[in-house]
Structures are given as C-alpha cells and as structure tokens.
Design a protein. Sequence first.
Length: 76
Amino acid sequence: MKLLRELPIGTRVVVRYRIEGGFTDALGPLVARDASTCTVETRRGPVVVDFDTVALAKPVPPAPVRKSAGGAPPAL
C-alpha cells in the first residue's frame, strides 16, 4: 500500500487488513516499516501488518484527550 510506505513514522493511522475469516483494524501511530510490513502501536501493543493484507489505510487525527475520572470537585 503506497500510502503506508510514504507516511512519516509517528503518523496516527487506521489500517484495515485481512485476517482468517474477515478483516480487523489497527489504530495508532505508525512506528516502523520495512519492504513488506508496517508496525502500528495499538493500545494492546504493536501490530505488524503485511502490506499484502491491507484493504484500507488512512491517517487519522490525534486521539482525544481523556478527562480524568477522579479527583476532588472544584472549590466554590
């Protein structure tokens, strides 16, 4: 896939690729690539995707900032 070969390392991407029985997605920063694969750092760890299995890929905006779930309420 030409796009994945040209995007700068560190770009946040979503990659849809074929697996046995269907498709799955990898979402996260593009952290590495070689002649036949790219690696996406997902929340569950790095995912190595063979370019031959890629169905779709595109850059995506940065992840939204999560608000903290704890802490004291603001003083009035």
